[in-house]
Design a protein around this ligand. Sequence first.
Ligand code: HEM
Length: 208
Amino acid sequence: MSEGVLRFSVTERALHWAFASGYLLLLASGLPLMVPALRGWIRGYSPLIGERLHLACGIFWVVATLGVLALGDRRRVGSTLGDMTTLEPGDGPWLRRFPRWLVATAVERARLDRAVGRFNAGQKINEVFTLVTASLLLVTGVAPWPVGADGLWGAAHRWLTVFVLIPIAGHIFLAAVHPSTRHVLTGMLDGRVGREWAATHHPRWGPQ
Ligand code: HEM
């Protein structure tokens, strides 16, 4: 294990990856159902196979996520949820400067992050947005079963899918591609991030 500060425990990382992999599989299996033009790219595809695959991904998503919660350290997950939903005085100003933050230099970004706790305001919004939209997707996906997804529930499910695509792409871009944030991916892989990074970008976070 590398040096640094522990950002995410084993349970938190397992929960993130169980949830994220199921979610991405659901998107990948759901998009061809929603956009027939995509089906031509998949050899041997039929709507029946597509629907069963999507259902299997949904079962995997729910079972994997609940499985981690059942077996893991729920107290730690609860405390992280608290960190993500507690508003701090620096959140409003951080959010107002977010467009600037995206293109800022390292020095300027450190200045914009000077009042940030364990999570910045963008992450807090992403977390709440993810929990709300994922729950709505689950409800609108399960509600029409076994009648079929042609009615109002199906339409809501499809619109929600469109609605989550850009925030998810943005999250993956920041986590894995953006040059100034991608190195923090280590926090979600081996759990640790650099002490200096934590002190600069999350100065109000306790365990440093
Ligand atoms: C390849 C895909 C993904 C990568 C590389 C990735 C990476 C990460 C990383 C590194 C963090 C921690 C950021 C920090 O240090 O604070 C994080 C947090 C998080 N991830 Fe992901 N993630 C991915 C996919 C997803 C998906 C599909 C979802 C849900 C739909 C998701 C939901 C979240 C949430 C809610 C958080 C906490 C809030 C935040 O940091 O924005 N992730 N992810």
